[in-house]
Design a protein around this ligand. Sequence first.
Ligand code: FAD
Length: 518
Amino acid sequence: MVNSVVIVGGGTAGWMTATYLQATFGDRLPVTLVESADVPTVGVGEATFSTVRHFFDYLGLAEHEWMPACNGSYKLAIRFENWRGQGEHFYHPFERLRVADGFSLADWWLKLDDGERRFDEACYVLPALCEAKRSPKQFDGELFERSLHDGGDRPRRTTMFQQDTQFPYAYHFDAARLAGFLADFGTRRGVRRVLDDVVEVRQDERGWISGIVTREHGEIEADLFIDCTGFRGLLINKTLGEPFESFQDVLPNDRAVALRVPVDVEREGMAPYTTASARDCGWIWTIPLFGRIGTGYVYSSQFCSPEEAEAELRAFVGPRAKDAEANHIRMRIGRNRRSWVNNCVAIGLSSGFVEPLESTGIFFIQHGIEQLVRHFPDADWDANLARGYNESVARCLEGVREFLVLHYKASTRNDTPYWKATEDRRLPDGMAERLRLWEARLPDASSVYPYYHGFESYSYDVMLLGLGRPPARPHAALGLLEGGEARRQFAELREHAARLVEELPSQYEYLARLHAGR
Ligand code: FAD
């Protein structure tokens, strides 16, 4: 059996992996994490996906235990600004579409739209909560809609595959604080932490990793090695030589510049969503944490220099960005041909990344860890386990790639060279056929990318409708239906949203109590 694990890298990927393996196997599998005191972490990665709650639940951590330590806040949606045209916006919420007479409300909205309300306001309750900056919870901790909480209030050891509702929120948190919190949590439970640089990786005659050599702690041996060294890929690429397959032909953004900006949350309140604002050569994220904003410009170096990007970001943020230090990042977009090679598994940025739109980096980490536990190597290192793992990781990354490509392909902007270029860009295999079908009818579960990648078909509906590329005509079958049930549901949604805005505390009010330990 695998009797010991060494993780190299102490960013979000390293510490999430260490704590998850410790929570799974306890003392039966010693875990050592080696992290450099000098090589910095990437320093971003602060908005998440709704499945992340399974990670915290799995560790047995309740929100009041970790959120205050990490400046945590709630995220109900992503607000897309200026993707369709200047001044336009819509929300991509963590909320499934309701169904009337067998058709989704998105289908019905296309048929019944009277131009009075945006589709996302008409079909969902979360956009109203976002606009009013509400918390998804009452002061007593009760979720605004109890039936959406499949886990009850007590953390349970579930995984993302057991998620049968669409949980209505994810989190924002300070990435550095989270890594520090998890390091503390993990070491208290038995993870061995070694603060040192890996200066050499040793391989046996078969090419398997036999040990890592550190500057001050000598050689450390293990059965399984996990590469969490970020874009460097120290073990998987530099040592084992696994090729990295770029996605840049379809997703061209390869750089980012990020700032940390202080905010007076008591005075300004807190938006319960991430904002993605389209700009001339890419887009800017705004992530509201408790006490500051994380913001950054993601762009393509083909169209914009780092200096221009930083100047644009500072102008966007305004005077409070004056003293903030800029973090310029080169992004490696794509995936390793295999993320598990011999006795080495890459998790996090060392495995693959598709740019931060839709906040999937931490989702990939969680997916990688859960899959590793599901495919955990046996005494013979059955090659089928590694193959199954690699297939699942590759499909997940490629599914998200396709969903992100849709954001650019469906956007109706063409006012700068960057946006014009999106029109002729190559599509991933199979996507052109799917797009043609979506021009005739909205996507459903049977017509989106077929393997697990976190996104359900409603997300595709949201992006097509929000970006202004709906099917040419409403669904023909609806012309033969009466539509009374759909009208009733639209009216009910509207009332429900207004009632929730009245009843729920603001996100600031709720979090101020949570952060104060009340
Ligand atoms: P890193 O943070 O780079 O950590 C690498 C670790 O390896 C460090 O501890 C370093 O010290 C260590 N190391 C390297 N070399 C050595 C050595 N020789 N010896 C010892 N240690 C070594 N994800 C999201 O989910 N949401 C987001 O909003 C989001 N935004 C992003 C924005 C940008 C611009 C980018 C680039 C990424 C974003 N991500 C996001 C992804 C997210 O940041 C990463 O998935 C996450 O931070 C994990 O990074 P990591 O741990 O793999 O790598």
